[in-house]
Design a protein around this ligand. Structure first.
Ligand SMILES: [Zn+2]
Length: 157
């Protein structure tokens, strides 16, 4: 317990295929923190209203700096960054060999492997829809690119 009392923690961005974030930016399970968790938007709003100095008394500093580092405000959700962070956290997780206990990282790694297996199974079961979706997305990207090129002023005026 500190003189400023308990602080609120900031939720991490959820993996794109999960329905909710489970960890705070500082790595605590949100289920352990009951009412002491805010979203990134809520934290940003509080900082805007109170200013950085006053907001800092009520927010976990580890969460605050991790939120800045992993997903700076205003840049929007980047699925690659969110997935990379989750995979990096379990990259070197070792199994419970030689009588070692099962670590939370190993459990999470197993869970992610099962989720990837599920995604592959779904893609294989709906291969045509998946391919059509990707084809549609790449058309959208090339259309955007063509529009952007058209808007660019020509060299030499
Ligand atoms: Zn925290």
């Amino acid at each position: 317990v500190t003189s400023i009392g308990p602080v609120d923690h900031i939720l991490r961005a959820a993996l794109p295929w999960r329905t909710a974030a489970e960890l705070t930016e500082c790595g605590k399970p949100q289920s352990d923190l009951a009412n002491r968790v805010v979203t990134r938007a809520e934290a940003a709003d509080r900082i805007r209203r109170l200013g950085k100095e006053r907001a800092s008394f009520g927010l976990c500093m580890t969460c605050w700096s991790a939120a800045d580092r992993h997903q700076p405000e205003g840049r929007g959700a980047d699925a690659v960054a969110v997935v990379a962070r989750a995979l990096t956290a379990v990259q070197f997780a070792a199994g419970p060999f030689y009588g070692r206990e099962v670590s939370p990282q190993w459990r999470e790694r197993q869970r992610l492997n099962v989720e990837f297996e599920g995604m592959v199974a779904l893609v294989n079961a709906h291969r045509d829809e998946y391919d059509a979706y990707l084809a549609g997305r790449s058309e959208t990207v090339s259309l955007d690119e063509r529009r952007r090129r058209r808007r660019r002023p020509r060299a030499g005026g």
